[in-house]
Write a protein that binds this ligand. Structure first.
Ligand code: GDP
Length: 139
């Protein structure tokens, strides 16, 4: 079933000029980039985006990291896009990520792990509207 998910290419990756390499892995996995924009996240945006983690000990570090350089926000479309992108991203900690995944290839640490991907279709919808207007998504 065609589905959409929300992706962020995080500051560690944009800083190292890895946007194109990450996008190549995404496209090779059969996902289509149907919206994409490079932005500097504000602290308020990052805090809202990661609200679910606000009680976690790494929350402050995570927000500081996400606003430390520009990010690329994206909408990806394809069959089972949510699960498919989670597979392509690899485990949160790159040390545990499978070969060929974005995090195995490029991530630097459990915090600076190159990409975000929604963990459910419901959260994808919630995340997409935080960064894109419907008319900006061209499937
Ligand atoms: P994800 O769904 O694989 O991105 O993982 P989570 O939802 O568990 O965590 C969200 C994000 O928080 C991760 O992608 C990391 O950037 C960050 N994060 C998770 N665990 C840690 C940690 O132990 N330390 C730090 N600094 N960041 C973390």
């Amino acid at each position: 079933m065609a589905e959409r998910t929300f992706s962020i290419i995080k500051p560690d990756a944009t800083r190292r000029n890895l946007t194109g390499k990450v996008n190549a892995v995404i496209e090779d996995a059969g996902l289509r980039i149907v919206a994409q924009r490079r932005i500097q996240m504000t602290r308020a945006q990052a805090e809202k985006f990661y609200e679910i983690h606000k009680e976690r000990p790494f929350f402050g570090e995570l927000v500081d990291f996400m606003i430390s350089a520009p990010v690329v926000v994206q909408v990806l479309e394809g069959d089972n896009a949510v699960a498919r992108y989670r597979d392509v991203m690899g485990a949160t900690n790159p040390a545990n990520a499978a070969d060929g995944t974005i995090r195995k290839l490029y991530a630097e640490s459990v915090g600076e792990n190159s990409v975000h991907g929604s963990d459910s279709a419901d959260n994808a919808a919630i995340e997409i509207v935080q960064f894109f207007k419907p008319e900006e998504i061209v499937g």
